[in-house]
Design a protein around this ligand. Structure first.
Ligand code: TYD
Length: 143
């Protein structure tokens, strides 16, 4: 696993390829830095629809565009960043307390998400101003 000390990091998965095609295997705590408790995927997304608009108190995730492409905006203590996800062999690790918005989905986009926790609506921070307050108080604690 590459260095995942940041809150948002790219992860490259080894491609096992031969003349029959490619295969990618992902194991918990080996290829992703957590135990995988849940998998879900987005498909049939609409290109000009933006979704996400939340952070999590505890959950970490890895987003993998197994088909097509999409763009993800993340906002954490180091600011806002834009990530184009367009390779099935590369995932985007997003730790807890990172705001994310997903958009510019291609018609064929299938975005698989590996999650460190079961679904829990109470773990969501859906109010951006609440998220900014948490970010500010974390930054103040670190000074
Ligand atoms: P949401 O997390 O808001 O989607 P996105 O972040 O992609 O915009 O989830 C959309 C709906 O699906 C919401 O009603 C919660 C539900 N949901 C589950 O029931 N289980 C899950 O594991 C997830 C991720 C969402």
């Amino acid at each position: 696993m590459s260095d995942l000390s940041g809150l948002v990091e790219n992860i490259s998965f080894p491609i096992i390829g031969d003349d029959r095609g490619n295969l990618i295997a992902i194991e918990q705590m080996k290829d992703v830095p957590f135990d995988i408790k849940r998998i879900y995927y987005l498909y049939g997304t609409v290109e000009n629809m933006r979704r996400g608009y939340h952070a999590h108190y505890h959950l970490s995730q890895v987003l993998i565009p197994v088909s097509g492409h999409c763009t993800v905006m993340t906002h954490d203590e180091s600011g806002k960043r834009t990530h184009v996800l367009n390779k099935p062999s590369e995932g985007l690790f997003i730790k807890n307390l990172v705001w994310r918005e997903m958009y510019e989905f291609s018609d064929d986009c299938v975005l698989v998400v590996l999650a460190s926790e079961l679904y829990d609506e109470d773990d969501y921070i859906r109010d951006y101003s609440e998220f900014l307050k948490i970010l500010e108080s974390n930054n103040a604690e670190e000074v």
